[in-house]
Design a protein around this ligand. Structure first.
Ligand code: SF4
Ligand code: SF4
Length: 277
């Protein structure tokens, strides 16, 4: 899967600053707050920065800026075709129908070969559901699977249990809209999300699960774990980094690999139980 955007979006930005401007006596709050260990004595390690934005306002001198990037529709198709990609996630926001239309038009020549389209959208208030239906109308010719990803509180799941409330609220709202396709929680998800979703009755009951079709699921179909999963695995994955700046493949360290798999399994297993998967 490749992720694309139809306009500026926090998932498509990197923090940046010039370390030579930093006073030597700065106690480096930027480094302390970064959940991805993406700031060190050289500045921002771009490969690690995932754009959460937490460092942007913490610098007392205001030295940290964001560098946003937006995919141009004309670059999308060659990229999808060249890489053999068969699933696309599109980050959008309420009010971006025209940019989305352009991106979708660029994808249309290859969309028949895509197995999955995921549309990720944060809460846009009252116009949210109308906007998603407008996107559905635009994409109605697409025959593959689609996911409506409800980006409740983007990139905040590692902050704590309370971060998950917004994604549950948004997930419930989108489920109630009855859009064709799967609904997946994102934005603020962590190890408390699956149980809270179950307590709210957001998963299909076992009876519903047994009769639903894949085209019309009656409850939540999944949870995307981004920031939280990253924060859980980062200490282990950083062990793969080499002094020369390269990264070892995790397959070269079976013990580490299986420790990471066990961690991921513990996160995902309750969801599978509650969703009857
Ligand atoms: S705090 Fe967030 S935005 Fe800043 S460097 Fe770290 S990951 Fe990037
Ligand atoms: S907080 Fe600001 S001044 Fe201090 S190290 Fe970070 S970027 Fe430099």
């Amino acid at each position: 899967m490749v992720s694309l955007n139809d306009g500026e979006d926090p998932h498509f930005r990197k923090a940046t600053f010039d370390i030579t401007r930093c006073p030597i006596d700065c106690d480096r709050p930027c480094e302390k707050i970064c959940p991805a260990a993406a700031i060190d004595s050289t500045g921002v390690l771009s490969d690690r920065c995932y754009g959460c934005g937490r460092c942007l306002s913490i610098c007392p001198l205001g030295l940290i800026e964001e560098a946003a990037y937006v995919y141009q529709p004309e670059t999308v198709v060659p990229m999808v075709m060249a890489a053999g990609i068969d699933a696309v996630e599109i980050h959008t926001q309420v009010g971006r129908l025209e940019p989305f239309r352009k991106l979708w038009a660029a994808l249309e020549p290859v969309s028949a070969g895509l197995k999955l389209i995921a549309v990720s959208c944060p809460d846009g208030g009252e116009g949210m559901i109308d906007y998603l239906w407008a996107l559905q109308d635009l994409m109605q010719g697409y025959k593959g699977a689609r996911i409506w990803q409800t980006d409740g509180r983007p990139m905040s799941g590692d902050i704590g249990g309370g971060a998950t409330r917004a994604c549950l609220n948004l997930g419930e709202k989108v489920l109630n809209a009855g859009l064709p396709g799967f609904v997946q929680l994102a934005g603020g998800t962590n190890d408390s999300t699956a149980a809270k979703a179950r307590d709210r009755g957001l998963f299909a009951t076992p009876v519903q699960t047994s009769v639903q079709t894949s085209a019309q699921p009656s409850g939540l179909a999944g949870i995307a774990y981004g920031s939280y999963a990253r924060s859980q695995l980062q200490p282990w994955l950083s062990q793969l980094e080499q002094p020369d700046g390269s990264t070892r493949s995790i397959e070269t360290d079976p013990e580490l690999l299986w420790a990471c798999v066990a961690k991921a399994k513990a996160l995902v297993s309750p969801l599978k139980d509650f969703a009857g998967l």
